[in-house]
Design a protein around this ligand. Sequence first.
Ligand code: NAI
Length: 209
Amino acid sequence: MSKSSVSSSVIKRLPRYYRFLGDLCRKGYTRISSRELSEKMGFTASQIRQDLNCFGGFGQQGYGYNVKELHKAIGDILGVNAENKLIMIGAGNLGSAIASHIDFRKKGFKLIGIFDSDPEKCGQEIAGVKVTDVAEIRRFCVANKPICAVLCIPKNSAQYVANSLVDLGVKAFWNFSHYDLKMEHESIIVENVHLGDSLMTLAYGLNNQ
Ligand code: NAI
C-alpha cells in the first residue's frame, strides 16, 4: 500500500502502537502475539493485523511480533528520529508548559527557537531555549530554516502568524490557538489541537452510559 493511501485513522493509531511497544521493550518483552497486544491495547487482533499490513505487515505466523523490531519499524514510519527543526510562537502559560514537558527529540523534532511579542517574556529561558522577540522571526527563519511551528498564541493572531511563517518556509503547524487554521497550500500540514474536545468525548461517554 502506498503511504498516501494509508487512512488517517490508521496513522492516528501509530503513535499509540509506538508508545505501547516502547513500554513493552522497557519491561523486557522480546516478542508478542497480536492477541496479547490486542488485550493490552484494547484493539482487536484483526485490527492490529490490518493496521500493520498497511505498511507491509511485520508478524510471523506462530511467532507473533518481535517487539524491538516492530517498535523501531513504527518509529521509522512515524519519523521519530528525524530531528525536524521546530519553533514555538507564544511563550505564555500553555507555550511554557508544552516546551517544558514535551520531549520533542523523542518525537522527531528539535525545538530551536521560542518567540513572543511581550518584551517581559523575551530573554527568559524555557527548556534551555531563550525566548526571542517575535520581531526577530524573519531573520531567524532565514538563518535556521525551521520546518514546523507550534502556535500557542491567541486565536485572533493565529492565521496571520501561520501565513507569515509559510512565507518563511514553515510546512507544518501544531496549532493550539483555539482556531482551526485554513491554509491555502494543500502541502501545508496542520494539526489543530483542542484539549477540550478530548474532555467533551469523556462527557459524551458519561452522558451515554
Ligand atoms: P497566555 O496569554 O499565557 O500566552 C499567550 C502568549 O502569546 C503571550 O505570552 C503573548 O505575549 C503571546 N503572543 C500573543 N500574540 C502573539 C504574536 N502575534 N506573536 C508572538 N507572541 C504572541 O495564554 P495561554 O494560556 O498560554 O494560551 C495561549 C492560547 O492557547 C490561547 O489562545 C488559549 O485560548 C489557547 N489554549 C488552547 C488550548 C487547547 O487545547 N488548544 C488549551 C489552553 C489554551
